[in-house]
Design a protein around this ligand. Structure first.
Ligand code: FAD
Length: 429
């Protein structure tokens, strides 16, 4: 028998269940029952809870920290996309559908999430990057998507701080920004008002498939009984999946950011750089053990990635690196320095601004780079909303709606076919 664990047989009323619990786990002191249970209080979980509660379902959410205490509260706050296109695919649904939901919460429901449709400017550093983006623009336009190539002077006219010396700028009007913590908490609050029970400080330590159907989910202080279980545990889908004997191929990828002191308004768009998309268009770096679209392979930097904006409180924030360093969330000062110099190439004013703070968080990257949203067929009534990688803040609201519609109706929305968990979730061998 594994020395770290012991088998317990617990009798609960007429029900007898068997489970594995870590040694030292306190006796359960509360039992709560609901039809549906969501684990994870990031954007994916909060958005799913909101939509399920709106459908009138009996739903409970458990989160081990506070709402938005991980990636959903630590990100840059970028959202939106290039439009719905002529034939909307999953990416169009997730980006543009989420944008509509952000608008609904902020404008119709009155949540101040600091949301605005700011547009986004991508700095183009070289002629090769310019040629690449010219081709991309043609293909975007033929698919019915938005975008525009601007000269540096045209870009300056809408964003006074951008560098006139670059080769040009790619403008995406349909991109926006919002405050990560305020937004994620708004979704959780809207879920609560629609009838969901939101429980923070609930670290899930064991999950048991009940003999009579459904699940018993144990935290350090309570037991939650449900018929349907939804995993929205972001970068922790791997370890939480293991509690069910499942291998969920989602890896924690560290993203890190830095911020200046608060300044009067200096720029208004979201700012990025074409360097990474140009590099990844030639080789996205993914293989059997590494997700695509990372900035590093081991210690080696493959490319520089950049995203940033000025927050309503005046801080200018930038980030970009995506590194596989396990669950390490300590920012790497060397990477921050590279990122700051990269940002200064696009908006020179940041070169002389001191860094006031840095932070890092973990992005849930699936091994193949695509979202994992839908029913896990290896267990009864088990769903997942995750794998939203570097854009789960902006894509999470619609991911939650598609998942909730699936759970509520029992029918998979057709756009979720490419996110089907059946393609990659397996039994632990
Ligand atoms: C630096 C950085 C910048 C980013 N910039 C952007 C951006 O500009 N735009 C964008 O769209 N996305 C961005 N992202 C990505 C985005 O933040 C994530 O894709 C998104 O937040 C993932 O949401 P989630 O709900 O799946 O995961 P999370 O927010 O990580 O939520 C998962 C939750 O599950 C909880 N949990 C885990 N295990 C357990 C357990 N055992 N018991 C109970 N609870 C548990 C965790 O505590 C956590 O709160 C960025 C990420 C980072 C780190």
């Amino acid at each position: 028998m594994n020395t770290d664990r012991r088998r317990i047989i617990a009798s609960m009323g007429s029900l007898a269940v068997a489970s594995w619990l870590p040694i030292g786990v306190k006796a359960q002191n509360a039992m709560r029952e609901s039809d549906m249970l969501i684990i994870g209080g990031g954007m994916a979980g909060a958005a799913t809870a909101f939509q399920l509660a709106r459908h009138g379902r009996d739903v409970t959410l458990v989160e081990r920290g506070d709402i938005a205490s991980e990636a959903s509260g630590q990100n840059m706050g970028g959202l939106g996309g290039a439009g719905w296109g002529n034939t909307p695919d999953l990416q169009s649904y997730l980006t543009m559908g989420s944008l509509e939901i952000f608008k609904e919460l902020q404008i119709d429901m009155g949540y101040d999430m600091e949301f605005r449709l700011s547009g986004s400017l991508t700095g183009i550093h070289t002629d090769e990057q310019h040629d690449f983006l010219e081709d991309r623009l043609l293909s975007l336009r033929s698919g019915g998507y938005d975008g525009e190539l601007l000269t540096p002077k045209e870009a300056r006219a809408i964003e006074p701080e951008v560098n006139l010396e670059l080769a040009g700028y790619f403008y995406t009007p349909g991109r926006g920004q919002a405050d990560p913590v305020r937004s994620t908490r708004a979704f959780a609050d809207a879920a609560r008002k629609a009838g969901a029970s939101i429980n923070t400080g609930q670290n899930v330590i064991a999950i048991v498939v009940r003999g009579t159907g459904g699940y018993s989910v144990r935290t350090e202080s309570a037991e939650y009984i449900c018929q349907t279980l939804v995993l929205a545990t972001g970068s922790w889908c791997g370890p939480v999946g293991q509690m069910l004997g499942l291998r969920i191929p989602i890896m924690p990828i560290r993203g890190q950011m830095w911020a200046t002191e608060r300044l009067p308004p200096r720029f208004f768009q979201r700012i990025s750089s074409a360097e990474s998309s140009y590099t990844w268009s030639r080789d996205n770096g993914g293989n059997d053990s590494t997700p695509p679209y990372l900035t590093h392979k081991g210690d080696r930097r493959l490319t520089r990635h950049l995203y940033g904006r000025q927050r309503r409180n005046g801080e200018i924030i930038f980030g970009g690196d995506r590194e596989d360093v396990g669950y390490n969330t300590k920012p790497d000062p060397l990477g921050i320095d590279v990122n700051k110099r990269h940002a200064a190439e696009v908006v020179p004013l940041v070169a002389d601004l001191p860094i006031a703070r840095t932070w890092a968080g973990l992005m849930p990257f699936s091994l193949d780079g695509s979202p994992i949203i839908g029913k896990i067929p290896l267990r009864d009534n088990l769903y997942i909303v995750s794998g939203l990688a570097s854009s789960g803040f902006g894509r999470g609201p619609m991911a939650g709606k598609l998942a909730a519609d699936y759970i509520h109706t029992g029918h998979m929305p057709h756009v979720l076919a490419e996110a089907d968990p059946a393609r990659c979730v397996t039994e632990v061998q």
